[in-house]
Write a protein that binds this ligand. Structure first.
Ligand code: AQP
Length: 323
């Protein structure tokens, strides 16, 4: 049976990119024959120096969204990274199988160190991510396209560790949804949609109201033509809208182009906005029905299994490396 791991940072409100690029895929996998670990990676989020007074609220809110999205909890564990210290222990061991040059070449390191200053946490973050995946010996990692490089690095670490000792860790594979793997900002379609975008109008948050969503789509940046055509090089804005619409209607880009052949950009933007409103509505209703008590008891219920799995790996790895 395959083991799946994926994580999300509690750095702010969950957005449409997180949902279509990652969480929807988690929901599908949770209905398959697999053992799944979905983790709120609070230790990762420290790399951006978040406000400590907001941390617990963000963690609760993120877990509530995961539950509301419909993850099947029969075979899935949802937990908080810092509750399982084995992640950090394993990260230290794995750091001995990773080159400094590799870390410096990571696109996210270059981008984030420009924004935040290049502290060691931003550099070594991908090693902690490798430990997140390997602490449960996961072989499948459903993440958005922005994580491709980090997954490759994890695979390099696995190969080096296994060559040095014994074939212990599986080689994890990345899986992404067909579309929606990289949603772009509605205002700045060169940049990915993100929790921490400066321009809040570029991001659709899970709890945006209907009016806010329609307004954001109406003011989305497109181009000076009026042809609804998927062209990621020359028409980034409209391609992003086609991607969102096609993902939510399970249609190909070509079928979306045909359907809206005679529509204006303005009409199409409203259609995409309404599609997103209908998609988010049940999620928000479920979210509002959950209490903080529901989330606390879920965390308690899931934690024992997670700790057992992490401890088993850490005991075995300790024996392999001789500590
Ligand atoms: N725009 C996106 N399109 C598709 N997938 C995305 N993901 C993030 N943004 C997009 C995927 O969501 C999962 C959780 O991401 P994360 O919160 O751990 O980290 P992130 O990639 O740094 O997300 P944000 O929202 O952009 O946060 P900030 O602003 O804090 O950096 C991952 O699988 C990611 O691929």
């Amino acid at each position: 049976m395959k083991t799946v791991f994926s994580g999300i940072q509690p750095t702010g409100k969950v957005h449409l990119g997180n949902l279509l690029g990652a969480i929807n895929n988690w929901v599908s996998l949770s209905n398959e024959e697999s053992k799944n670990y979905f983790c709120v990676v609070d230790l990762h989020s420290l790399t951006t120096h978040p406000d400590p007074s907001k941390m617990q609220e963000n963690i609760q809110e993120t877990i509530k969204v995961l539950v509301s999205s419909g993850i099947n909890q029969k075979n899935s564990k949802i937990y908080i990274q810092s509750n399982v210290p084995e992640h950090v222990q394993l990260s230290w061991i794995l750091s001995n199988f990773c080159q400094i040059g590799e870390l410096q070449r990571m696109t996210q390191f270059k981008e984030k160190s420009d924004q935040l200053g290049s502290h060691a946490g931003i550099l070594t973050y991908p090693i902690l991510m490798a430990a997140d995946i390997l602490i449960h010996k996961a072989n499948e990692v459903p993440v958005g396209d922005d994580q491709t490089q980090h997954l490759e690095l994890t695979r390099n670490i696995v190969e080096r560790f296994n060559n040095a000792y014994t074939e212990y860790f599986p080689l994890p594979e990345k899986t992404s949804g067909k579309a929606g793997a990289r949603l772009m900002s509605l205002r700045h379609p060169d940049n990915k949609m993100s929790k921490s975008n400066d321009d809040l109008n570029g991001t659709i948050y899970f709890d945006d109201s209907k009016d806010e969503i329609i307004k954001k789509f109406k003011s989305s940046v497109t181009d000076s033509e009026n042809e609804i055509k998927f062209d990621i090089e020359n028409k980034k804005g409209i391609s992003n809208l086609i991607d969102i619409y096609s993902t939510l209607h399970d249609m190909s880009h070509e079928d979306v182009e045909i359907k809206f052949k005679n529509s204006s950009y303005g009409e199409f933007k409203i259609e995409v906005g309404e599609t997103v409103v209908s998609y988010l509505e049940p999620l928000r209703e479920k979210y509002e029905s959950l209490s903080d008590g529901d989330i606390s008891s879920l965390i308690r219920d899931h934690l024992d299994d997670v700790k057992d799995s992490a401890k088993k790996t850490m005991d075995e790895v300790s024996a392999i490396v001789g500590v």
